[in-house]
Design a protein around this ligand. Structure first.
Ligand code: HEM
Ligand code: HEM
Length: 314
């Protein structure tokens, strides 16, 4: 096994695999959101079996299509995560990446257990909300692993110049704050979606989150626009935020205003709520990316060596 002092080597196959896992996880989030929006959480009433069998695929009709489809995709992602964890141990030189590999495996197991638990307990809001939150955390980490395995990240390890990040509220902290703000929205949004919380905290939270995300992305673009990954994440956050706010209004109109007397989930409600969950996941992942890039590319002035400072002035 490689030692932790060895420098990381770019491995295209590994990089492609982490990207594949991230894409599959995104599809799994869409599939999970389809279960909730179609009210299909108990369409398959048992777990870990499905209608008494561990391997037989039930007739994929009605809600079962969503619930069992979600389970099958989740099992596939679980399998990919086992491969990722083992592959990372065998080939990765950075010891923190190897730990992250094991952590991903732990997280996917916890997520599977939460999925089972929410079925066993007949969908209590707090278990479904925890399941929604771990899902997006896991997805964000698959995106981060893809970033850490990229040619740009590994290739710039030696030549990286860190830029000063002065001010009482540093950009690093501001970037962390965006992650917290989106988690807050995820918690309030999922709590409402699963019937445990009022809508009010989510709307107030949307105002607070919007201020923080606009502030962070504007300062990313205006102050650190010359650092490509910070500029890129900032622009993405701004764009996703606009889409997310529009989808939020759409979800509110179709679910709460027009949909409250609907006997069955309407396609317009399913589409807007599922898209709102999915774009929320992309937003969380980009806030994580912004924070990671801020920690990598910036440093409090006191931490910079004179050589770094000169490189910045030049
Ligand atoms: C890697 C594994 C998994 C991921 C990433 C994942 C992700 C998700 C997501 C994003 C949702 C939608 C949450 C929402 O709309 O608020 C969901 C819902 C759900 N998932 Fe999973 N899931 C996984 C594994 C499982 C497993 C193994 C089961 C086993 C039965 C399961 C059962 C459910 C159920 C029943 C719902 C609907 C909950 C409700 O309507 O209250 N999930 N999942
Ligand atoms: C920064 C802005 C926002 C973010 C990050 C955000 C995020 C989220 C997330 C992640 C969920 C679902 C969580 C889950 O179960 O997985 C959710 C649910 C929801 N959000 Fe937002 N949201 C934002 C703004 C808004 C706004 C402005 C509105 C409406 C005015 C809104 C309306 C809703 C509604 C109605 C639901 C529940 C959907 C349902 O019942 O199926 N959101 N939000």
């Amino acid at each position: 096994m490689s030692s932790s002092t060895q420098t990381a080597q770019y491995n295209p196959a590994y990089h492609r695999f982490t990207l594949f896992l991230a894409i599959c996880t995104f599809l799994l989030i869409v599939a999970g959101a389809l279960v909730t929006s179609n009210d299909a959480g108990l369409a398959v009433p048992d777990w870990p079996t499905s209608f008494g069998s561990l391997y037989r695929i039930p007739p994929m009709v009605g809600g079962i299509k969503y619930e069992h489809g979600h389970r099958m995709l989740a099992e596939f992602v679980g399998l990919l995560t086992i491969i990722l964890a083992v592959w990372t141990q065998r080939k990765e030189a950075r010891s923190w990446m190897r730990k992250l590999g094991w952590f991903m495996l732990l997280l996917v197991i916890i997520q599977g257990l939460l999925g089972g638990l929410t079925v066993k307990m007949r969908l209590p809001w707090y278990v479904s909300t925890a399941h929604a939150m771990v899902a997006q955390t896991f997805f964000s980490l698959t995106i981060l692993m893809t970033v850490f395995a990229s040619r740009r990240w590994i290739g710039s390890t030696v030549t990286l110049t860190r830029h000063p990040d002065p001010g009482a509220l540093s950009f690093r902290n501001l970037a962390l704050l965006t992650v917290l703000a989106v988690y807050m929205q995820l918690f309030f949004g999922a709590g409402f979606r699963h019937g445990g919380l009022h809508f009010f905290p989510h709307v107030v939270g949307a105002g607070i989150a919007t201020v923080i995300l606009v502030w962070a992305s504007f300062s990313g673009i205006l102050r650190f626009g010359n650092i490509k990954p910070i500029r890129g994440a900032s622009i993405a956050i701004l764009g996703l935020l606009v889409i997310q706010l529009l989808l939020g209004f759409g979800a509110y109109m179709t679910r709460v205003v027009w949909g409250k007397d609907a006997v069955q989930p309407r396609p317009s409600m399913v589409a807007t709520t599922v898209a709102h969950v999915a774009v929320g996941a992309l937003l969380l992942a980009h806030c994580f990316m912004l924070a990671v890039q801020a920690y990598r590319n910036l440093a409090p002035a006191a931490e910079l060596s004179p050589a770094d400072q000169k490189a910045v002035v030049a």
